[in-house]
Every structure is written in C-alpha cells, then in structure tokens.
Design a protein around this ligand. Structure first.
Ligand code: SF4
Ligand code: SF4
Length: 375
C-alpha cells in the first residue's frame, strides 16, 4: 500500500495507489439547513440518467431524513459499527480508515447490501427523535429533531470504489477528478458496491455492470452545474472546484466555504476517502450526532454559520447558491451586491444581498377585493 496525505484526517494514511491528484477537483457544498426534502434533485437525476431497465431501484442522488432514514438501509450505521472506535486527537484522526481496517485479502473494509435494503428509500422520512407529545409546543429549544441529508457520489480524492475494482474499470478523470466506471471494462463483480462506504455505486442486473453518478460531466464540460444542483428548490447546492488547503484561494467560492471559513465539512471524513461533497451542518441537531457525522470542526462551523448575518462576505456568498446554472469559478462582494465569474473572468451572475419588500394594502378598493397575498 502507498502512503498518501489526507488533509481531512490531518495525517498520512495507507491507500492502494500513490497520491495523484487531478488537475482540478470537482466539489460541492450543500447547506443542510435549507433542504426541504422535496426530492426534486432525486427526480432530476432519475429522469436524466437512470430511467432504463435494471436501473429502477437506483437513486444516484437521494435525500434521507436523519437519524432514521437510509438509502440503502442502515448504510451508515453498518459502516460505523464495522469500523469500530473512531477517535480524533484534536484535528488528527487517531482511528483507522476503511483502507487501514481492511481484513487480510481485502482491499477495503466493506459490506454488500441485500436487494431488499434498497426497497424503502423513504424509510424514516420525517420521523423525529423523541416524538412529539400531544399538546407540545415550541418553547425555544428543540427537544425533537430530524434533518434532511441530500446525498450523491462524493467523487472522492481516494475512492474506495476505484481501489477495490479488480478490473481497474473505475478511474478518476484527470481533468476534473470526477469518478466514473468504464462500462466496457466492468464485469459486474460488485466489489465497488461492497467497498463504497457511502453506497453510491449500483449494480445493474440487466447490463451486468455497475453504474454510478457521473456528476453530469457533459454539463460540467460546458461550464454548467449538474442536474441535481440547478433543479434544487431549496437552493442548498453549490458546485465548483476545490483546492488543497495550502493552495486555497478566498476568491474561489468552494475554497472560501471549506478552507477559509471552514463552515462546510466532509461527510464521515473518518472513512478516509477525502470526499468532495461538503455540508454546512444543521443547526438544530445535537452536537454528538454531528461530531460523528462531520468530524471535529462541527462546533466552529456552526458558530460561523450562526454568525453569518454579521459576516457580510459569508452571507453574501450564501446568496449565490442556486442563483445561476453556470459554475462560478470566482466570486466577489461589493457593498450589498455579490458577483460570480466564470473561469475566463466573465461576470455570469449578480445578486443583491437584500431583496426589496413591497407591502400592499390588504384591501384593493379599486377592484373591491380583499388580497390574500400582500407582500
Ligand atoms: S462516494 Fe463511493 S462511489 Fe463515489 S467516488 Fe467515493 S467511493 Fe466511489
Ligand atoms: S431539490 Fe434541494 S431542497 Fe429539494 S430535496 Fe433536493 S437538495 Fe433538498
């Protein structure tokens, strides 16, 4: 095994191939606080990529209600249990990754879901912890909680799917770091299905090959964000490019959120894959649950997010989410306006930080009607 550096763990780790980062890395930030579980993203992906035979059960993008929702069933709790104790020593992960915990003869610590595990993608939907007693009302503290976790392939820097494939059929595109399965090479051994701890590769029994999210690369090549991003009703998603921490540029929106403000965190970084979808954690969820899910920087991220109204740059950048179909490579704030630019420096979007509010009289005397919507 090679030794590679995983900045999310703050240390080197063992991996099956030497460190070879792509020219640039596709990445995303999801603001969990804004997701309404409308599943528009899920359907946008489904109708674009997985409407064929053998793909009926596949959801390359899914949205599950935590803590009781899973797709496939128990994907995360199974993995956490298999991995055992996961301790952090400050910013350094002191436990074992899925590569380091692999049993003799295996490349990755994994498990393969049963068909039935994919059968209930909405299990646990809107089920809250602690239940709600009859007559209960909100009194300033959330005793009952749940939140929506939107998930897609993380296009990991150290993909478990790739490292487990005995046919070398999975590769990271050198130009953008997107992880794809070569359908001509794949023989359907399903080692990737077993290895991906996020369970984001899927076996197609009709074609006899495995398939996965391709980050809508034909759109990426045209400078556009993927389908699940541009169709997001809650405007929770932002796609772009991430740098290594030492090369972070504040004018790169993903770098700004992940490396500069550190408000967006990787999902289960302890697995060791350096996933490239980052989450702004939900503010209404107990700390211990979030620590396990997003690592040791949760407290700082939540404080930064809560202070966003006083931080004009952060709140300004958050207004760019869902504002354009194009990929914003650079951004800038000037007073109360936020601008996004493409890679050539062309301005592609301009958003005011405050929308004017117009309030109309409840009664329209000219038409002799009462208005139901006055703002
Ligand atoms: S999330 Fe899973 S399928 Fe996607 S790149 Fe990582 S290991 Fe592979
Ligand atoms: S479209 Fe956006 S708001 Fe709706 S479920 Fe998907 S991520 Fe959440």
């Amino acid at each position: 095994m090679a030794r590679v550096y995983n900045w999310q763990l703050g240390r080197e780790m063992s991996y099956w191939y030497p460190e070879q980062r792509s020219k640039r890395q596709f990445a995303a930030v999801f603001d969990t606080n804004k997701c309404i579980a409308c599943q528009t993203c899920t359907l946008a992906c489904k109708t674009t990529w997985t409407s064929g035979k053998g793909q009926e059960y596949m959801l390359w993008n899914n949205v599950e209600t935590k803590p009781y929702g899973f797709y496939p069933l128990a994907w995360d709790v199974n993995m956490l249990e298999k991995l055992g104790a996961q301790n952090w020593d400050g910013q350094r992960y002191a436990g074992r990754t899925v590569f380091e915990a692999a049993q003799a003869g295996e490349r990755v610590l994994g498990w393969r879901p049963e068909d039935i595990d994919y059968a209930h993608p909405n299990v646990g939907e809107d089920d809250c912890v602690n239940g709600v007693e009859k007559g209960a009302h909100f009194s300033g503290v959330h005793n009952s909680w749940f939140f929506y976790l939107a998930r897609m392939c993380n296009h990991c820097t150290y993909p478990a799917c790739l490292s487990s494939c005995p046919r070398a059929a999975i590769y990271k595109r050198p130009e953008d770091g997107i992880v794809v399965i070569d359908q001509a090479r794949c023989r359907g051994y399903q080692e990737c299905v077993k290895a991906c701890p996020y369970k984001k590769t899927f076996y197609n029994a009709m074609t006899g090959t495995s398939e996965k999210c391709i980050a809508c690369f034909p759109k990426i090549e045209l400078g556009m964000q993927p389908q699940c991003f541009v169709n997001c009703i809650g405007k929770i998603r932002f796609a772009g490019w991430i740098s290594k921490p030492e090369n972070a540029r504040p004018d790169n929106p993903i770098d700004f959120l992940v490396h500069v403000k550190k408000v967006a965190l990787p999902l289960f970084p302890q697995f060791g894959l350096e996933p490239n979808v980052y989450y702004i954690p939900p503010v209404n969820v107990p700390r211990d649950f979030l620590l396990q899910m997003f690592g040791p920087n949760v407290d700082a991220a939540l404080e930064t997010y809560r202070n966003a109204p006083k931080d004009k740059d952060l709140s300004g950048l958050l207004t760019l989410f869902g504002s354009t179909e194009l990929i914003v490579a650079k951004w800038k704030r000037a007073d109360e306006q936020v601008m996004g630019y493409d890679e050539s420096g062309r301005e592609i979007v301009r958003v005011p930080m405050r929308e004017p509010t117009h309030v109309r009289q409840p009664f329209d005397a000219a038409r002799n009607v009462a208005r139901t919507n006055i703002s």
